[in-house]
Design a protein around this ligand. Structure first.
Ligand code: ADP
Length: 260
């Protein structure tokens, strides 16, 4: 009968076990697909900078001509990009595999915002971008692993600086919110810039690893395309989520929600 062929259809505990086993199998297969996709994406991303470095060095070796200072600088740029990439890929693959254990402690979100602003202020000042922090409360306690949330906020804020023209403005805002569809309160951080904005067609994809909207090719020394994927994984690991609103030519708003 059907139950013998499809044990999951049995109404007893064997049916339940069969179903649980199949679900386990499905999620293992999905994890394996993710891993393979990551491998092939990474290989693809490593190829270009490696080809550039190899090409320049081979040419210099064959002709015996010394590398000009400009060439040296651009090769160094590629090497730095490679090392950022390797570092980010390791972080992301650990995060995606759920291998990073969380060690949460109670932190004041306002202090974390000030930390991350202090770390990025020089980049903003270089571009004459005004960077301001507003917190609705003096203390917004969240149970988080500090370094992971700082990493997420750093990635979002450094993007805001990269994708905002000189003379622009970036505002960080933090508050406690009560969402209609949630019982407990959430801490909400907004990072608002009046930069280049993100085309609507790109918005659904920007949290995907290695996804870059077209304008970002102009980003100095090239981003890795992993910053937002890492930020999102870190936030989701804390049972939070991230949202974005953006308009080309007007700017972007990234919102991060964390349970309190
Ligand atoms: P990247 O290393 O390219 O910055 P990210 O994962 O950090 O990679 O971001 C993905 C893409 O999202 C970027 O390439 C850029 O196109 C877009 N993006 C992210 N933040 C902003 C922002 N504040 N303003 C405009 N575009 C942004």
């Amino acid at each position: 009968d059907a139950a013998a062929i499809f044990p999951e259809q049995r109404k007893d505990e064997f049916g339940a076990i069969a179903k649980a086993l199949r679900e386990m199998n499905d999620s293992l297969a999905a994890a394996e697909r993710t891993r393979k996709q990551l491998m092939s994406d990474v290989a693809h991303e490593l190829k270009t900078p490696l080809m550039i470095i190899q090409g320049e060095l081979e040419l210099a070796h064959e002709t015996g001509a010394p590398l000009s200072p400009a060439k040296q600088a651009s090769l160094l740029d590629e090497v730095l990009r490679l090392s950022r990439l390797v570092h980010d890929v390791l972080d992301l693959s650990r995060l995606e595999a759920g291998m990073m254990e969380l060690h949460p402690r109670t932190e004041n979100l306002v202090v974390l915002l000030e930390d991350v602003t202090a770390k990025t202020r020089f980049m903003a000042e270089d571009k004459h971008i005004q960077l301001s922090v507003h917190a609705e409360e003096e203390n917004i306690p969240v149970s988080v692993e500090k370094s992971r949330i700082l990493q997420a906020l750093y990635n979002i804020l450094s993007n805001a600086i990269y994708y905002t023209n000189p003379g622009g403005q970036i505002r960080l805002h933090a508050e406690t919110v009560h969402l209609p569809d949630r019982q407990q309160p959430y801490a909400c951080i907004r990072v608002e810039d009046n930069g280049v904005g993100i085309p609507e067609a790109d918005l659904p994809h920007i949290f995907n690893r290695f996804y870059r909207a077209d304008h970002s090719r102009a980003r100095p020394s090239g981003g890795t395309g992993l910053g937002l994927a890492i930020a999102q994984q870190n936030i989701v690991a804390h049972q939070g989520w991230i949202e974005v609103e953006s308009e080309v030519g007007r700017g972007s708003v990234f919102k991060v929600y964390l349970p309190m």
